[in-house]
Ligand binder design. Structure first.
Ligand SMILES: Nc1ncnc2c1ncn2[C@@H]1O[C@H](COP(=O)(O)OP(=O)(O)OP(=O)(O)O)[C@@H](O)[C@H]1O
Ligand SMILES: [Mg+2]
Length: 235
């Protein structure tokens, strides 16, 4: 297993948000993290990234402990993060934003160049010299994904990448994530759209009340309607 999380607790001030989260994700493939609003999915990704401190538990990347490390060092070890709020430099052009994301190749791993990003998202070629602040929401999302990929991650954490996107762009984004996993990168996907998560994931984890309440394949999930009723549907 590439990423192993065990007994992870996290707080915002006095609010205890993660209550012993544990799961593991393999070297490659798309793994989805599902749950209702407020169940702790984004907090889990932030804890992996070191943006929220772990109050207990461990997060290991290829056996190496990440808790207590700075976000910058965690990124350097090969954890890419596409946050919910799109992370771009609004005053830089698309091309300049991409250049900011470029990092040295990781030997033996998938490596991406700026040209690959324009192949993934041809729309960005047309916007190459546009300041990123002037892009549409979908274009900003594409650019955020590109910036993370240019860091040549071993594991990519993606928080609701299709939220607010037109269906056509949703398809493009999912095709890119599928290609990323085909190239041997692990993708941990927080996705609200259940059909997408079921279609593209090898495995699903459902969060509820700050812990993992279900783990299984899409078929196992389909065979457990009570999980869906209890932990995903909005009453
Ligand atoms: N910065 C923060 N300060 C205090 N509480 C927070 C903060 N961020 C999130 N929370 C709380 O932590 C809980 C988990 O939030 P989290 O963002 O992880 O949920 P989520 O599963 O990603 O859901 P969604 O994205 O739909 O909000 C929620 O109750 C939320 O209100
Ligand atoms: Mg969230």
């Amino acid at each position: 297993m590439l990423l192993q999380i065990a007994g992870l607790h996290a707080h915002y001030g006095k609010s205890h948000i993660l209550h012993g989260v544990g799961f593991a994700i393999p070297e490659a493939g798309i793994i989805s993290l599902l749950g209702r609003n407020g169940s702790g999915r984004s907090t889990t990704l932030k804890a992996i990234m070191g943006l929220v401190p772990a109050s207990a538990g461990s997060i290991r990347l290829a056996g190496e402990e990440l808790t207590g490390q700075r976000p910058y060092d965690i990124a350097r070890r090969g954890v890419g993060y596409v946050p919910e709020e799109r992370l771009i430099f609004p005053n830089l052009t698309v091309q300049e934003n991409l250049e900011m994301g470029v990092q040295a190749a990781r030997p033996g791993a998938a490596n991406w160049a700026i040209a690959d990003m324009y192949t993934y998202f041809p729309r960005l070629i047309e916007r190459r010299d546009t300041k990123a602040g002037h892009l549409s929401g979908g274009e900003k999302q594409m650019l955020t994904i590109c910036r993370s990929l240019l860091g040549n991650p071993r594991v990519l954490l993606v928080d609701e990448p299709t939220e607010g996107l037109a269906p056509k762009i949703v398809e493009v984004v999912m095709e890119v994530l599928l290609d990323v996993q085909r190239r041997g990168v692990a993708v941990l996907l927080v996705e609200q759209k259940l059909t997408i998560a079921l279609k593209c994931s090898q495995r699903l984890f459902v969060m509820g009340q700050g812990t993992i309440v279900f783990a299984g394949t899409p078929d196992e999930f389909r065979a457990s309607p009570e999980v869906r009723r209890e932990w995903l549907e909005v009453a």
